[in-house]
Design a protein around this ligand. Structure first.
Ligand SMILES: Cc1cc2nc3c(=O)[nH]c(=O)nc-3n(C[C@H](O)[C@H](O)[C@H](O)COP(=O)(O)OP(=O)(O)OC[C@H]3O[C@@H](n4cnc5c(N)ncnc54)[C@H](O)[C@@H]3O)c2cc1C
Length: 346
C-alpha cells in the first residue's frame, strides 16, 4: 500500500522549500546541499517503490533541478541493495544505510559502459604486485554525470572486454572543492536544470581499488534488461505536468483545462505504473509528450510575460525541452517523433 504521508511530506517540502527558491538556485548554478539534507531529514530517502516515485514527482513539481539530482541515487540504491541481498561485502550495507538516512548522497555515471557499441570508459586490471594493490586503471569519457561537486559518491560503469564493472567512487575530495587525480569534470552549459551541475567526466589513468567493486555483469545481458529500468525517470515528466496543473488551476479562466490536464496526468501515470519492458518506452514517450504540451499550455495561459526570464512559464518550457531528450532510447524517441508529427502523415 502506498504511504500517503510520504507524498504529502514531499509535496509540502516542494511547495515550501524548493519552489520558492527554484529561480535563485538556477541563477546560483548549484542545488544547495541543504536542500538534499532537508529532504532526507524528512525521511524521503527511506521511501521505496511507488512511494519513491511519488516523492520524485512531487519534488519535480517544485524544482526539477533538485528532483533531478535527487533521482540519481535511486539507481545507486538499487545496485547496492542487490549487492547486499547477494551477501556482498558488509560495507555496502553500511553505505546503503548512509544513503537512506541522508548522511551521504550519491549519483550515477552508467552510460559510458552500458550503452550499445564500444565502451567509452575502459578498465585495465592491475594485479596485487602493483604498489597500490588490486584494482583497475580507468580511461575514457562519460558524456553525462549529474551532481558534480554536490554528491559524495558516484556509481560508475567501466568495461573490461565484455564485462561491465559497477564501481562506487568516493567523491568526497571533489565535494570539498578539491580534485581527484585522473578525474576531471567539465561543466556543461545546460539550457535547463543547470543547477544539477552536470559534467562530462574525463578519466585519465584514474586508479580504483578492487574494494570499490559493487557488481559485475555481461554487457549484452545488461543491455537486454535496459527497458525494464525505464520507469523511474518518467516521474520527472509527471512532476512537470503536476506543476502546470496546479499553476493553471489558480486562474478561473483555465480551471477546466487544468482539471482535464489532471485527468490526462492520472491516465499517463497509470500506464507507466502498469507497463512492462515492452510498453515502457511508449509509456515514457506519453509522459514526456504530456509534459511538453502542458508546458506550452502554461506559457499560453501566462501570456506574453512567459518570455520574460526568470518566470515559472519560461523555466517550465526549458525544462520540458530537457525532458524531451534526457534518458531517451531509440523507441522513446521514435514514439515521440511519430506523435509530434502525426498531423503531417494524416
Ligand atoms: C542533462 C543530462 C544529464 C544526464 N545525467 C546523467 C547521469 O548523471 N548519469 C547517467 O548515467 N546518465 C545521464 N544522462 C544520460 C541519459 O541517461 C541518457 O543516456 C541520455 O539522455 C541519452 O542520450 P542520447 O539520446 O543522446 O543517446 P546516447 O547516449 O548517444 O546513446 C546512443 C544510443 O543508444 C541508446 N541507448 C543509450 N543507452 C542505452 C541502453 N542502456 N540500452 C539501450 N539503448 C541505449 C540511445 O537511445 C541512443 O540511441 C544525462 C543526460 C542529460 C541530457
Amino acid at each position: 500500500m502506498p504511504d500517503r504521508g510520504v507524498r504529502e511530506r514531499a509535496r509540502a517540502l516542494a511547495e515550501e522549500l524548493l519552489a520558492p527558491q527554484a529561480a535563485d538556485v538556477e541563477a546560483a548554478g548549484a542545488v544547495p546541499r541543504s536542500h538534499l539534507d532537508a529532504l532526507a531529514a524528512a525521511g524521503l530517502r527511506r521511501a521505496d517503490g511507488e512511494d519513491a516515485l511519488a516523492v520524485v514527482e512531487e519534488l519535480a513539481a517544485g524544482d526539477l533541478a533538485t528532483a533531478f539530482v535527487w533521482i540519481q541515487q535511486v539507481g545507486v540504491a538499487r545496485w547496492l541493495g542487490a549487492a547486499v541481498a547477494d551477501g556482498g561485502d558488509e560495507r555496502w550495507a553500511a553505505q546503503l544505510d548512509d544513503l537512506r538516512t541522508g548522511r551521504a548522497h550519491a549519483g550515477i555515471a552508467l552510460q559510458a559502459a552500458l550503452r550499445p557499441g564500444p565502451a567509452a570508459v575502459v578498465a585495465r586490471p592491475v594485479s596485487g604486485d602493483d604498489v597500490h594493490g588490486d584494482g583497475w586503471v580507468l580511461d575514457g569519457e562519460v558524456p553525462w554525470v549529474t551532481g558534480w561537486g554536490l554528491l559524495d559518491a558516484v556509481l560508475l560503469t567501466a568495461r573490461d572486454g565484455e564485462e561491465v564493472l559497477f564501481l562506487l567512487l568516493d567523491l568526497g575530495e571533489v565535494r570539498r572543492g578539491g580534485q581527484a587525480v585522473g578525474l576531471r569534470g567539465e561543466l556543461l552549459p545546460l539550457a535547463a536544470v543547470r543547477a544539477s551541475r552536470t559534467v562530462e567526466l574525463h578519466l585519465d589513468g584514474f586508479r580504483v581499488g578492487a574494494d570499490r567493486l559493487v557488481a559485475r555483469g555481461q554487457h549484452a545481458a545488461l543491455l537486454a534488461g535496459d527497458a525494464a529500468g525505464l520507469r523511474p525517470n518518467g516521474s520527472l515528466a509527471l512532476g512537470l505536468v503536476q506543476r502546470c496543473v496546479r499553476a493553471m488551476r489558480t486562474d478561473d479562466r483555465h480551471a477546466e483545462r487544468s482539471a482535464a490536464l489532471a485527468e490526462e496526468l492520472g491516465a499517463v501515470r497509470v500506464r507507466l505504473d502498469a507497463a512492462g519492458p515492452d510498453d515502457l518506452p511508449g509509456a515514457r514517450a506519453a509522459a514526456v509528450d504530456l509534459a511538453w504540451r502542458a508546458a506550452a499550455a502554461l506559457a499560453l495561459a501566462t501570456g506574453s510575460s512567459a518570455v520574460i526570464a526568470p518566470s515559472l512559464a519560461e523555466r517550465t518550457v526549458r525544462e520540458a525541452l530537457f525532458l524531451l531528450v534526457f534518458g531517451s532510447r531509440p523507441a522513446i524517441r521514435e514514439a515521440l517523433l511519430d506523435g509530434l508529427l502525426a498531423s503531417r502523415r494524416a
